[in-house]
Design a protein around this ligand. Structure first.
Ligand code: IFM
Length: 462
């Protein structure tokens, strides 16, 4: 392969390469440093909610091993790290006096990252609501906006001199619908669409209220939000399947993108939700669409939808066409990453985009020496990197890629049974071993151009 051709195919030299994690999934130490309980502590300790009765009590023990974990990131040639701050570490009961020990923990982590040449990307909320706020109604209570704004103020005042990239929320759709509609995630409520949509609206308002506070405290901040977006395709050309695909696109994509970028909820979905739609006050949508600097897209799979009985009144049924699937039964569909990035770019024109999460769970089988040859995950990453490069080539303002996830961790209702890491975690000993996928990531992030080029050539098509 001639060098010039390889160079042409590589990623921009300022491209951001990182891994993403979330506090409850990796930190452990749930009763240390003055941390208060969160809804995930309560939920994971409720019998029957989590596979094998797992909890995040210890997780990856990152609270104690963060120095080693930063060293791992260096080993992987990463120049950025996306992580979340645990609200219950900062404000153990959700509001009131800030807990100095909680702030100190993130102080140390951020200093450690910067010393290692790794840019911190902080997420304020990745699902671990202080239990005390849930006891008052959680995201269903409109006044939670003031609590979130206050939390954002405290954290950005303390860390904003060093953290310049701020994400307000991770995946509002997931935690509002799975937490308030189906009950499969914390807080485990089954309130139907009315509950999910009310929670979503209060999350949006909290986002809108936090953005100006972050801007005031960190004048040179880049501020965004992370959505889990789906490349939705109809199962057939039948009118009922086409309509189902459009409704699911409305439910998971447009219901989130439209208010944030257009200042309105989609009319077709408002009509579908009817009395389940949220109560909207006069200035709500103006606040929700306060300008942001980037959108993070979490992408795992495409969604092929037929008409069905799931998620009423959306009434869809997921179809699994022949193809490759991960251990969680999610279809491997790299072209979906390109498709969703161009969908967002064409319709909403965000100033910048990141792939803020993408990755796959596979059943790793460690060799006797601990090595993990996770060929399927490496193939998955290669194919998705190629689609990211294709998006950049086509002019989409994609600035970075965060692989989900650094190391195997607590995968919510799946507990420790689903491994997404590019680093293997032996949960008994907390030993970490870089998998083959981690080596691939290190090569790509280190811009070893021949490898990047080969990956792209192998995956140039859909
Ligand atoms: O582990 C989760 C993460 O917390 C949010 N996005 C999807 C990941 C994989 O399920």
């Amino acid at each position: 392969m001639p060098n010039s051709e390889s160079a042409d195919l590589s990623f921009p030299s300022d491209f951001v390469w990182g891994t993403a994690t979330a506090a409850y999934q990796i930190e452990g130490a749930v009763a240390e440093g003055g941390r208060g309980p969160s809804i995930w502590d309560t939920f994971s300790h409720t019998p029957g909610k989590i596979r094998n009765g797992d909890t995040g009590d210890v997780a990856c023990d990152h609270y104690h091993s963060w120095r080693d974990d930063i060293a791992l990131m260096r080993q992987l040639n990463l120049n950025a790290y996306r992580f979340s701050i645990a609200w219950p570490r900062i404000l153990p009961t959700g509001r009131g006096q800030a807990n100095r020990q909680g702030l100190d923990f993130y102080d140390r982590v951020v200093d450690g990252l910067l010393a290692a040449g790794i840019t911190p990307y902080a997420t304020l909320y990745h699902w671990d609501l202080p239990q005390a706020l849930q006891d008052e109604g959680g995201w269903l209570r409109r006044d939670i906006v003031l609590d979130f704004q206050n939390y954002a103020d405290i954290v950005s005042r303390a860390l904003g001199d060093r953290i310049k990239f701020w994400t307000t929320f991770n995946e509002p759709w997931t935690f509002t619908w799975w937490g308030h509609v189906t009950g499969e995630d914390a807080p485990g409520l089954q309130l139907g669409a009315r509950g999910g949509l009310a929670a979503t609206h209060n999350v949006f308002l909290s986002h809108g209220a936090a953005v100006p506070v972050l801007r005031a405290n960190v004048p040179d901040a880049q501020i965004g939000i992370v959505l889990d977006l789906n490349c939705v395709e109809p199962a057939s050309d039948k009118p009922e399947d086409l309509a189902a695909a459009s409704r699911f696109d409305g439910c998971q994509n447009r219901w989130y993108l439209d208010p944030l970028f257009k200042g309105s909820y989609p009319a077709d979905m408002l009509a579908l939700y009817g009395a389940d739609a949220p109560d909207i006050a006069a200035d709500d949508l103006a606040s929700i669409c306060t300008p942001i600097d980037y959108l993070g897209v979490n992408f795992y799979r495409r969604s092929v939808m037929a008409h069905g009985a799931d998620l009423p009144p959306v009434n869809i049924s997921r179809v699994s066409p022949p193809g490759r699937y991960t251990a969680l039964g999610w279809e491997v569909s790299p072209h979906g990453l390109y498709d969703i990035l161009s969908y967002v770019n064409d319709r909403y024109r965000p100033p910048a985009l990141y792939v803020s999460e993408s990755g796959a769970a596979f059943e790793d089988r460690p060799e006797p020496d601990g090595a993990v040859h996770d060929t399927e995950r490496a193939d998955y990453l290669r194919a998705h990197f190629a689609q990211a490069r294709r998006a950049i080539h086509d002019g989409i303002p994609l600035r970075g890629y965060f692989v989900w996830t650094l190391m195997d961790n607590f995968e919510w209702a799946e507990g420790y049974s689903a491994r997404f890491g590019v680093v293997h975690t032996d949960f008994a000993s907390q030993r970490r071993t870089v998998k083959d996928s981690g080596r691939l990531l290190a090569d790509v992030a280190g811009q070893r151009r021949a490898l990047v080029a080969a990956a792209l050539i192998n995956n140039a098509g859909r």
